[in-house]
Design a binder for this molecule. Structure first.
Ligand SMILES: [Zn+2]
Length: 172
């Protein structure tokens, strides 16, 4: 079930109504995030549950996406899966924010409606690394791509031997 997500939310009203939002946001609609990704097609899947803990309005939810970031070593595409949970406590002042539980981030709410896009985008940006990089030594691999192919075919031809070796061992 995914309905069209609202552009703006009233967190206090939604909390009273125990609203659940579920759906997809286009990456292209998230401006700051768009600047960071190589591929702007695609969606961010979100789910957000509004409710109350005591008197406090809280929003908890999940964000899922696969972003194509630019590797900061080789500048090539780097697939970066996002699968994060967030929990926000709606507060009206910094003093109030300090009273929040440790697992709860403050959402400062001054009565103006909150942009859902901006809220989700903030959470994603917080979760992204400052310097995303390939896990392997990508610069080295790029300069020796041909060598990689040789390595691969070698591994393949080695496989039957390792199977034989295994059989021999169990036969003993
Ligand atoms: Zn790289």
């Amino acid at each position: 079930m995914s309905d069209k997500l609202p552009d703006f939310i009233d967190p206090l009203l939604f909390a009273e109504r125990r609203t659940v939002l579920s759906g997809a946001l286009e990456i292209a609609a998230l401006e700051r995030l768009s600047d960071l990704v190589l591929v702007k097609d695609g969606d961010v899947e979100i789910e957000a549950q509004f409710g109350k803990e005591g008197k406090r309005a809280v929003i908890s939810g999940t964000i899922k996406a696969t972003l194509e970031l630019a590797c900061q070593s080789c500048l090539q595409a780097l697939s970066w899966p996002i699968d994060l949970k967030f929990k926000l406590g709606v507060v009206s002042s910094l003093q109030e924010a300090e009273q929040l539980e440790i697992d709860c981030e403050p959402l400062l709410f001054d009565g103006e409606k909150v942009s859902l896009n901006a809220l989700i985008e903030d959470e994603i940006l917080l979760a992204l690394p400052d310097y995303p990089r390939h896990e392997y030594d990508c610069i080295l691999q790029r300069s020796s791509k041909d060598a990689d192919f040789d390595d691969e075919s070698q591994t393949k031809t080695h496989n039957p031997f390792s199977v034989l070796a295994k059989l021999k061992k169990t036969g003993e």
